[in-house]
Ligand binder design. Structure first.
Ligand SMILES: [Zn+2]
Length: 576
């Protein structure tokens, strides 16, 4: 029997955490069929001598729901060895949605996730109403990577209640409709239900998104609909606006966990923002306690700080000031001419004094870029490299005896692609490491597809492998690969993925462990309609194989679109 692909002479890190071994890996019909010294001929041979062969990476927290319609690659996650994602997180989704509400849904997504409405209206052939119809649409779309999806509570609420969904409590009729839609979605293959109570999640007019209007009894009812089926994960964006708000939130969430037994996931985050924030270990202790009491709960972790990203080509913190606004409206070259003029610079620097002062309101990437406070220059960094060791703007200003704004202008004029980052949460590497090392957290919180011009978390996987494994030696390669693969496959109960094992789906990433590393992010105008977004690629990945097809080779897409829809356990099962 001939093989489709033979990966020869690689070093297998199989995803289980077991130590590496040398072997060939044979792929046929989309699956791994043989591991060892393979003699069978193959249509295609990949020489993996000196390279690692690992299961494809799995990212359980993305927002690619809109992007999947126009981007068959699954960027930017696809550039970082990711072969499977779960989308529809935090309650945001494009289904269920009635036809007349499409643009309104799109505007809500723009407000929360910075996905341009024009891109959505131009790039999506929006034909679905129900969740099963959306799932069937994604199934038909050409896609390089695999997608699982939640039914999103905000979408569900706006679908069931119309405009009342962003204003009122649900009545019994609304609750029945929503619970029925959750049941229908989970039976069709939804990975579960997502929602948000995060104060950073707001509609276009600044009011809370629909899911935040819901009371906890509504959440009990909807998670209860999953519990009745004994299927589905519940993902929730936590309230971390203050230590007290978070403690109240977590206590109530514990009841949902214990009463329903469904796996519950939320972001474990450290932050200096907000009022009296709890340290991250308050959250991991809480997870441990909930597990000990009989619940099932996971924290979602990033591998570096979550940053608001600024640049000349996108947002700068000063854009809303009148003098800045005038100049920023010009084409890029003209902006640069003005920014080089000493008189103009003096005015721009002086204007900073009129910015909103810093306060204790917790800002996400959206507010930090569109409603900025006076920057804390000790917490603003030019991203000169990806190794998380850049000097602050304040340090550069002091060293150069200049105003911090002049440093920002100088760097932007030197390199128009220069990005600046303001850590919003997980500011400290030690906090991130503590969160990642806890055995009930999952390395899985890229937010890919969201905040397209405000944040960039898609390098989560390559950052773990280059920074924490190679530079800091805080994890062995085997541990880190297990975190990105088998752990996530287990948490979402994905069958046949997350291990290099005969019989498993052939989702594989072949990379150089000495070279794998994210590149610096850049601003590109490649969204439908020409809107801009942040793009980040990586070095050191020789090949990414998805369902037995080479989808990426040396950082280039091959045009193979063998991605599938990942479905929950009830899909295809007859109703009893
Ligand atoms: Zn999210």
């Amino acid at each position: 029997m001939g093989l489709d692909i033979l990966i020869r002479n690689g070093t297998v890190v199989d995803g289980s955490g077991m130590l590496r071994y040398r072997a060939d890996v044979g792929v046929q019909g989309g699956r791994i069929v043989e591991i060892g010294r393979i003699r069978a001929p193959a249509e295609r041979t990949i020489d993996a001598d000196g390279l690692i062969v690992a299961p494809g990476f799995i990212d359980g927290h993305t927002h690619m729901d809109a992007q999947v319609a126009w981007d068959p690659l699954g960027s930017c996650s696809c550039w970082h060895g990711v072969t499977s994602v779960v989308m529809g997180n935090c309650g945001f989704a494009l289904a269920p949605c009635e036809a007349q509400d499409r643009e309104w849904f799109a505007r809500c997504l723009t407000a929360v996730e910075d996905i341009p409405t024009e891109a959505m209206m131009a790039g999506i052939d929006w034909t679905w109403e129900t969740f099963p119809e959306y799932l069937a649409t994604v199934e038909r779309l050409p896609k390089a990577i695999n997608y699982g999806m939640y039914i999103g509570h905000s979408a569900l609420r706006m679908y069931a209640m119309g405009r009342r969904g962003v204003e009122e409590q649900a009545n019994e009729d609304d609750l029945r409709r929503m619970a029925h839609a959750v049941e229908e979605a989970v039976r069709a293959g939804a990975m579960g239900l997502s929602t948000s109570r995060a104060t950073t999640h707001i509609t276009p007019d600044g009011s809370p998104v629909a899911s935040r209007i819901a009371d906890w009894e509504e959440i009990d009812r909807l998670v209860g609909a999953m519990a009745a089926l004994d299927a589905g994960v519940f993902q929730i964006g936590p309230d971390i606006s203050s230590g007290e708000a978070q403690r109240v939130f977590l206590e109530r969430l514990r009841r949902v966990a214990l009463e329903n037994g469904r796996p519950i996931m939320f972001g474990v985050l450290a932050t200096r923002q907000g009022v009296d924030p709890n340290p991250w270990h308050y959250q991991t202790h809480y997870i441990d306690d909930t597990m000990a009491a009989g619940g099932r709960m996971y924290g979602q972790a990033t591998t570096r700080s979550i940053n608001a990203v600024f640049s000349l080509k996108s947002y700068l913190p000063f854009d809303t000031l009148p003098g800045w606004r005038t100049i920023r409206a010009f084409p890029l070259e003209e902006q640069k001419r003005h920014l080089a003029d000493p008189e103009v610079r003096r005015r721009l620097v002086a204007e900073e004094a009129e910015m909103k002062p810093r306060d204790s309101v917790l800002q996400g990437g959206g507010a930090a870029t569109t409603d900025p406070r006076m920057p804390d220059y000790d917490n603003l960094y030019p991203m000169l490299g990806v190794d998380w060791d850049d000097p602050t703007v304040a340090q550069l200003a002091q060293a150069g005896d200049k105003h911090p704004i002049e440093i920002i202008i100088d760097l932007a004029l030197e390199n128009e692609n220069q990005v600046f980052v303001q850590p919003l949460v997980n500011e400290s590497p030690n906090d991130v490491l503590g969160i990642l090392k806890h055995r009930r957290t999952l390395a899985t919180f890229s937010d890919s597809g969201a905040h397209v011009c405000q944040e960039m978390g898609s390098s989560l996987q390559t950052h773990l492998l280059s920074y924490w494994v190679r530079n800091k030696q805080q994890f062995t390669l085997e541990e880190a690969i297990r975190m990105l693969t088998f752990d996530n496959a287990s948490a979402w109960e994905l069958p046949d993925r997350g291990l290099v094992r005969a019989g498993y789906m052939a989702d594989l990433v072949v990379f150089d462990q000495q070279r794998i590393k994210p590149r610096l992010p850049t601003i590109e105008q490649d969204l439908p309609g020409g809107a801009r977004r942040l793009v980040q690629k990586a070095d050191g990945i020789a090949a990414t194989i998805i369902n037995g097809a080479v989808a990426f080779e040396n950082g280039e897409a091959t045009g193979n679109f063998a991605g599938q829809v990942l479905k929950g356990p009830l899909a295809g099962r007859q109703k009893p």
